[in-house]
Design a protein around this ligand. Sequence first.
Ligand code: 5GP
Ligand code: MG
Length: 472
Amino acid sequence: MGYLAEECGVFGVYNNTAIDSAQMGYFALQALQHRGQDGAGMVVSDGKHAALVKNIGLVTDVFHPGELDALSGKKYMIGHVRYATSGATNVLNTQPLVMRYQDGFLALAHNGHLVNSKALSRSLRDIGVLFQTDMDTEVLAHLIARSHAADMPGKIAEMMAVVYGSYALVIMDRNHVYGVRDPWGIRPLCIGRMENGTYILSSESCALDVIGAQFVRDVAPGEIVSIGPDGLRSYPQPQRSGGGICLFEYVYFARPDSTIDGVSVYESRFRAGQLLAQVAPVEADIVAGVPDSALSAAQGYANASGIPYGDVLVKNRYIGRTFIQPGQRAREMAVRLKLSVLRGQVEGKRVLLVDDSIVRGTNSIIIAKMLRNAGAKEVHMRISSPPVRFPCHFGINTPNQKQLIGAGQSVEDVRKLLGLDSLAYLPLEKLEESVKGSSCGYCTGCFDGHYPMNLAVCRRKCALQPKTKEGR
Ligand code: 5GP
Ligand code: MG
């Protein structure tokens, strides 16, 4: 069975207000849309029944007025936006998952990627468990449903004891919505609150702002929280050492108006740009960022270097993920469709372009060519993160090592390949400095190969949860 690696967004609410949960979810999932554009879904409940709508596509494609009406008037909901990085994009592989078990219904939505899901699903299938999807999330649902622990936090804790990998989860049963963060803290999850005591769970704090909720705190690594008629409750579980929040959340993935583990994403990017100017100065006439995710770092670079900041590239904001046929011509057209050059800003100038990351190098090579064609005298590039040298096993869509341009080659080789006058990256210790203050450490795996867990060992771990009386 092929498992999907995915970076996604999750959201949940237990609602005491007159505001409809489905309406809140609809807006919040749009605020999390950058975390996944391949599918969306939400499940709502009044405590007795669960109603689910999910499909492939953007949030606004999936939920039409008719569907929202069908979901309206319910007290609580969980929702998901999906970023499929491999495997089939079909409705079966969208989330939330809703299943029936001995205590009624169980709904789950997952952001992250499990390392030992194959081993676990093999041992579950050995005892007759049937699987309906390709998603590792389904393994989590079966583990929770099989548990004999007395209550839902106990069942979730038993699941957590045997699962390795990254997961930020929202789970719903008949009485509560639960938030769960993996014991390494790799994926983000935070708690919000509205004035009348309604609690919210969200991958990122930007979704709280949209619905008018206040940020309360991040869910701690290894923590289970429940929200329900009894308010907010916490069930801490053991944390695992050597982990931490994914640095790529700050570099590229999260929205700049989110705060993760106590650090503003915008401020961390601005600081990364300032540090980049210190460690990799260059003489240039204009500093620009590749829209949108590198603009904050470019502003930081301009601020620290004194070189004027200006726009050089304009982004077509209506282009989503583009189906690209193989071949260089189609790839170039796709980049030119997304980004165009402001000729007057670059003609005859020494241009310093800041990007947040280089993965395959496909964008940079075309952008450098576009700037030269538009008359730039020199094209320099500065990257506000280190070279991506190792694949991510925890949910970010980095390709295998052969396709990573920074993996086998020196910075000088990459500079020549991209046709740049100069190229420099932000060293890892400076990137860590830019996010200093984060409350739970960092995963630096894609930059230095130091993963939070021993992958070879953890992949084989398949012990199902012990059946103890208390379940703890
Ligand atoms: P490259 O062209 O080197 O393959 O990718 C680098 C560019 O893609 C950068 O501009 C960066 O902002 C963006 N990028 C980095 N990670 C991701 C990702 O996971 N998904 C998408 N769509 N773009 C990414
Ligand atoms: Mg970019």
